[in-house]
Design a protein around this ligand. Structure first.
Ligand code: GLU
Length: 300
């Protein structure tokens, strides 16, 4: 079977070095196996996603020398598809409407037990639906079993997570009607024929939620490779606020994309030093074994 990888950015700002690192690793991982690499724009959040950011992102990928295969998939155009699979999940009896407000959910939290994560206490599970009759808006949640989900990450090894303890029943569709990332990512990766998911290790613990959906819907599971994050000198993850590392600044400073690609390949352990390179030239050198597992400080 041919390897099909993907890059699935959210167009909520200009790409920064951390996004480019993710794009480069997933491109190299798929292409070094002779595979395809698809692009999906994750523009589900109507308040934060912008089409101009998505178009800029495509221009940046081309500039960097990271072309994608096939049509670009825009999540904002796929509501009917998500609706279809939500129905299928509803028919299993494993979903339920949730009327809780954010304040209700926070009130049931014991933060010391969850490192700041929000674990839904199942307040609306099996509840008599008086609110339903009053036509109140509701989110749709998916029930999780109280058992461990295990999977082998290609880079971080065996992972084992109990969803009931980790997150509780999770949202498939928000109260405002927006589709949740977890549902959309699974449906799209499965229907796009993605066999290999490469992304930052901040999503490592979302993976069991996604696998639970894969297994319930009977989709073929992809292989996962999570990568270390790029962090700033203070050990904080790079984000869209670090303006000096976003591509609008970097494209002005480095007229040549090969400098940025070579620098990232050096950080990824693929090159012994930061030598200007084209992604294509890195293909024979790429090996997951060279990529560190600890986060990487990036100062350019
Ligand atoms: N859209 C997500 C992000 O930009 C990535 C989702 C994924 O790779 O599964 O963080």
């Amino acid at each position: 079977m041919i390897t099909t990888g993907r890059f699935a950015p959210s167009p909520t700002g200009r790409m920064h070095l951390g996004n480019v690192f993710c794009a480069l690793l997933s491109w190299l991982s798929a292409k070094s196996k002779g595979g395809e690499w698809r692009l999906r724009i994750e523009d589900l959040d109507p308040d934060r996603s912008r089409r101009d950011f998505a178009l800029q992102l495509m221009d940046d990928l081309m500039w960097l020398g990271l072309p994608w295969d096939g049509e670009v998939v825009w999540q904002s155009q796929r509501s009917d598809v998500y609706e279809h699979y939500l129905k299928q999940l509803q028919e299993t009896g494993l979903t339920y409407p949730c009327f809780c407000s954010r304040a209700d959910i926070m009130a049931t939290q014991a933060p010391h037990e969850t490192d700041g994560r929000v674990v839904y206490a199942g307040t609306c599970r099996g509840k008599k639906l008086d609110e339903m009759a009053q036509n109140k808006p509701f989110a749709t949640r998916f029930m999780v079993p109280n058992e461990d989900i295990t999977f082998q990450d290609g880079h971080y090894g065996l992972q084992q997570v109990n969803l009931a303890k980790h997150c509780g029943d999770y949202v498939l569709r928000r109260k405002d009607g927006a589709w949740a990332y977890q549902l959309a990512v699974v449906v799209d990766d499965a229907l796009m024929g993605i066999t290999e998911v490469v992304r930052g290790r901040d999503l490592l613990l979302s993976t069991p939620q996604q696998l639970h959906l894969y297994r319930t819907l009977g989709f073929q599971e992809p292989t996962y490779f999570h990568h270390p994050l790029l962090v700033n000198e203070n050990g904080q993850r790079l984000c869209k606020r670090d303006k000096s590392l976003d591509l609008s600044y970097l494209r002005r400073k480095h007229k040549n994309p090969d400098e940025i690609v070579g620098f990232l390949a050096f950080l990824a352990g693929i090159l012994p030093e930061s030598t200007p390179s084209k992604p294509q030239e890195l293909l024979p050198l790429f090996d997951w074994q060279k990529v560190p597992t600890e986060d990487i400080t990036a100062c350019i």
